[in-house]
Structure formats: structure tokens, C-alpha cells
Design a protein around this ligand. Structure first.
Ligand SMILES: Nc1nc2c(ncn2[C@@H]2O[C@H](COP(=O)(O)OP(=O)(O)O)[C@@H](O)[C@H]2O)c(=O)[nH]1
Ligand SMILES: [Mg+2]
Ligand SMILES: [Zn+2]
Length: 222
């Protein structure tokens, strides 16, 4: 009997494309973030805040991934930033090939930071590499502190967890210490930022960290 592991083949094929993307990003010195979370955790809001804080220093591009529609891309385009919408037409994650297809629309020579907002989903986006430098995930306080334990792969694969909507802590039963402890049990090196994209609290630490990463990346390529 012959068994074909479809999932493994898909992931292997994706991995090759992600490596090609990575090679191009290195050549062009583009630092790439793969931003993941559940729907509504605050990805687009964090993208907007990051653009507003950093667009004077860095040239930013954005890829928006959604099953349908262009709401998020419209929000980013309003800020005058090059943005491409990927409509996955039902698929619950972005893959390396989808990213590759958007790249000719960007001037990569004039891009320092490319942010890919993945489809809202805490499960399979963690499995598909895009050629990013860093996977960043957002957990928002209304989602509950049990999410690291329930969705370990997302926390394992990400280098950074942004805990967003800290302003809502008085209204939701979010055990911040438990969330952090469980997340670090899964990923000892996880960098955690506690922020509110609404009030702005904690965002400066995120901006500084990101700036350091971009500078370090560019310096290493010289
Ligand atoms: N209270 C509060 N609301 C937020 C915060 N960040 C985002 N939101 C709201 O959460 C909703 C979903 O945000 P959005 O950025 O679209 O999430 P996405 O689906 O992950 O891209 C919007 O109504 C935002 O205004 C925050 O820090 N605090
Ligand atoms: Mg969004
Ligand atoms: Zn998926």
C-alpha cells in the first residue's frame, strides 16, 4: 500500500518557496514580520500604530491577508503606505507562494520593513513559513489566559507575543501572569510586550525592539 502524506508535501513545497522569498528579502535588505493572531486581537491596529510611529525613519510595506474583502488594506492605504491585499478565497492562512506573488508590486529596494498581516487564526498560520525574519503573534486580553496552553504551536513558533488590550483588564477576567507563565513554558525565549493599541501604553517598547531588529538585520548583511 502506498500512503501519501499530503500535509507533509504541502509543507515541504511551502518551505522551499519561503526560502526563496527569504533569499530575495536578504538581497534587498527587507526585514519581514509575519503578524498572526485570532480575528480581532488587534493586528491591523498594531500595524497602523507601527506605521505612524516609524514611517519617518523606515520605508514600510504591508501585505494584508484576509479570506475576503479589503477593509484592512484600505485602512493601511489611508496612511500612504504601499499595501497589497491577498484574498485567500477561503484559505485560513497565507502561504509562501501567496507572498511571492505580491512581491513584484513592491519596490523592495526602497523597503526596510515589510509587515504581513496573516489571516485571523491561531492555528495553521503558525505552520506556514513565508520567508519572514520574525513571527509575531498577538494575544488580546478578552480572549482569555488559557490560549497559550490551548494553541501551543503559535506560541512555540513565534519569537514575540504582544499582549494587547491591556486597557480592558478591569473588565475581563484575564490572568496576565498565568498567560505569561504558560506561554514561557512553551517557549522560554518568547519576548513579551504588554500593550494597549488604544491608549498607546507599552507601545514604545515594541517600537524600540522592532527598530533594534531592523538595524541588527541590516548590519549583519553588510
Ligand atoms: N479596547 C481596545 N480595543 C482595541 C485595542 N486594539 C484594537 N482594538 C479594537 O479591536 C478591534 C479589532 O482590531 P483590529 O486591529 O481590526 O484586529 P485584527 O482583526 O486582529 O486586525 C477594533 O475595533 C479595534 O479598535 C486595544 O488595545 N484596546
Ligand atoms: Mg486585521
Ligand atoms: Zn489554514
Amino acid at each position: 500500500m502506498t500512503t501519501i502524506s499530503v500535509v507533509k508535501n504541502i509543507l515541504d513545497a511551502n518551505e522551499r518557496i519561503a526560502q526563496e522569498n527569504r533569499k530575495l528579502f536578504d538581497e534587498k535588505k527587507v526585514y519581514v514580520i509575519n503578524l498572526m493572531s485570532s480575528p480581532g486581537a488587534g493586528k491591523t491596529t498594531l500595524v497602523e500604530k507601527t506605521i505612524l510611529a516609524m514611517q519617518n525613519k523606515y520605508k514600510i510595506g504591508v501585505i494584508e491577508g484576509d479570506i475576503q474583502d479589503t477593509y484592512d488594506a484600505d485602512r493601511v492605504a489611508k496612511l500612504g503606505i504601499p499595501v497589497v491585499q491577498i484574498n485567500t478565497g477561503g484559505a485560513c492562512h497565507i502561504d509562501g507562494n501567496m507572498v511571492r506573488e505580491t512581491l513584484p508590486t513592491f519596490d523592495l529596494d526602497a523597503t526596510d520593513l515589510l509587515i504581513v498581516e496573516n489571516v485571523g487564526n491561531l492555528v495553521c498560520p503558525a505552520e506556514f513559513k513565508l520567508g519572514e525574519n520574525t513571527k509575531v503573534m498577538i494575544l488580546s486580553t478578552p480572549e482569555g489566559a488559557d490560549k497559550p496552553a490551548k494553541y501551543p504551536l503559535m506560541f512555540h513558533e513565534s519569537s514575540v507575543a504582544v499582549i494587547n488590550k491591556i486597557d480592558l483588564m478591569p473588565y475581563v477576567d484575564f490572568d496576565l501572569e498565568k498567560a505569561k507563565k504558560d506561554a514561557r513554558k512553551i517557549n522560554r525565549n518568547l519576548q513579551i510586550f504588554e500593550v494597549s493599541c488604544k491608549t498607546g501604553s507599552g507601545l514604545d517598547a515594541w517600537f524600540s525592539w522592532l527598530e533594534e531588529q531592523i538595524k541588527g538585520f541590516k548590519a549583519n548583511l553588510k
